[in-house]
Design a protein around this ligand. Structure first.
Ligand SMILES: Cc1cc2nc3c(=O)[nH]c(=O)nc-3n(C[C@H](O)[C@H](O)[C@H](O)COP(=O)(O)OP(=O)(O)OC[C@H]3O[C@@H](n4cnc5c(N)ncnc54)[C@H](O)[C@@H]3O)c2cc1C
Length: 394
């Protein structure tokens, strides 16, 4: 097994970008972070004729985005039924609507510019992994129907026709969820942005944010960018940017694993006909899907806060519990990343301080929300367009 990121190992090499080493670069907006949220912000600013510069500590998508499992699931990290109960049905509806809008916009960009990032929309299964969890699934189905979400209820027999695993007692099948290769998506978006004149600097960690007159000055080791405003788009890496936000409670490390390719025999044993994304009712980060090269990608988490502990992750990993028939299938890749976790089911998007805007806190489900955050932030800054109150940072 390689303790490395599957996407990086299997995505062809991309050119590296320069680091910032000039002292007088001026722009309208300087963006910290080249994950999905930072790239999206640059995209929507560019669409509105506003210049931006992106400063990235490492490389394009080297934070959570390029380490994610690439699932484009509508909704948030909580079940709609839990959201409705704890925060009201309107909050559940709002999260669904926001992520649906984001999927629509992202799909439009991918299709219009022919970004080769393996976008799929196979739908998802939310599986009751214990007989007693059938109730959770029934409740979830009822709430999704109430919200007008296209979905179906599958009892155990229906479900076994799609995926033959022991711990599968019922499921809600959601027809709208999708998936993408997150690293390719970001690399291609970055190339497109550069063609449109956006400057992206890698290996350019922002060390200090200063102010002079009405401008912000972002200092990296070898250079400074001067801008009207700074967007901090760093989700779980946010505290490292030197800006403290009390509402962003903590960062959490979560992991993904990728197996060796399934043989034809293994595929028929688990009978996975479709390519649905699957979620397990037992653990929040137990999710899995089959990749285009027939590997299974599997999410997992640990309470440890050290990214360099794959043995710990593996010993706790639930893959072989869920797929006991696949004991002989090797796990070949394991990698992790940091995500921003909040008490609120909503991320924060908005103005944080004078000249400083930002977003983050996607609770481990930020590809769609991050893409939308870039749009909302740029429109709020440029057109004073209102950000939904539920997303406001303070
Ligand atoms: C293992 C794993 C699996 C996941 N699976 C999914 C999934 O399937 N679906 C989903 O929707 N979400 C998933 N997530 C969550 C999702 O990846 C994140 O919510 C989302 O990518 C956040 O995007 P972002 O652009 O805000 O942050 P990031 O992608 O983390 O980008 C922030 C960037 O800021 C840079 N940065 C930080 N500090 C500085 C600095 N001082 N100067 C310059 N640059 C800096 C970082 O290097 C980083 O590249 C997963 C996350 C992980 C870790």
């Amino acid at each position: 097994m390689e303790y490395s990121n599957y996407w990086k190992r299997t995505t062809s090499w991309q050119r590296q970008r320069d680091s910032l080493c000039t002292f007088s670069l001026e722009t309208d907006v300087v963006i910290i972070g080249a994950g999905i949220a930072g790239l999206s912000a640059a995209w929507w600013l560019n669409q509105q004729g506003t210049s931006s510069v992106i400063l990235e500590k490492e490389e394009i998508a080297s934070g959570a985005t390029g380490n994610s499992a690439g699932m484009l699931s509508l909704g948030g990290h909580l079940d709609y039924s839990v959201l409705a109960e704890d925060f009201g049905i309107s909050a559940a509806k709002e999260i669904y609507d926001l992520t649906k809008e984001s999927f629509f916009l992202l799909k439009q960009v991918i299709q219009k510019y022919k970004l080769d990032c393996r976008l799929e929309q196979p739908g998802s299964l939310y599986i009751a992994s214990k007989a007693s969890h059938r109730k959770i699934i029934e409740r979830e189905y009822k709430t999704q129907k109430e919200l007008g979400i296209p979905c179906e209820f599958l009892d155990q027999n229906d479900l076994r026709k799609i995926i033959n695993i022991n711990s599968a007692f019922a499921a809600v099948r959601c027809l709208e969820d999708g998936a993408v290769n997150p690293l390719k998506l970001c690399q291609q978006l970055a190339d497109l942005l550069e063609q449109k004149g956006v400057r992206i600097f890698e290996k350019s960690q922002v060390q200090h944010i200063g102010r002079e007159d009405n401008k912000v000055l972002l200092h990296t080791r070898h250079g400074v960018v001067i801008a009207r405003v700074c967007f901090i788009m760093a989700d779980g890496y946010f505290p490292l940017c030197g800006f403290k936000d009390r509402k962003l409670k903590k960062s959490k490390i979560i992991y993904s694993l990728a197996t060796a390719p399934l043989s034809r025999g293994m595929k028929s044993v688990i009978g996975w006909q479709g390519k649905e994304i699957a979620w397990n009712s037992e653990e929040l980060y137990d999710y899995f899907r089959v990749l285009p090269d027939d590997r299974i990608i599997f999410g997992t988490s640990t309470e440890q806060q050290n990214p360099i502990i794959p043995e710990e992750v593996l010993s706790r990993n639930r893959f072989y519990l869920i797929f006991p028939q696949l004991q002989k299938l090797d796990i070949q890749y394991c990698w992790g990343g940091m995500v921003g976790v909040r008490d609120s089911p909503f991320p924060f998007v908005g103005r944080l301080d004078k000249g400083i805007w930002g977003s983050g806190g996607y609770n481990g489900e930020g590809i769609l929300m991050g893409f939308l955050a870039g749009k909302l932030l740029s429109e709020a800054f440029l057109k004073k367009k209102r950000i939904p109150p539920s997303l406001k940072p303070h």
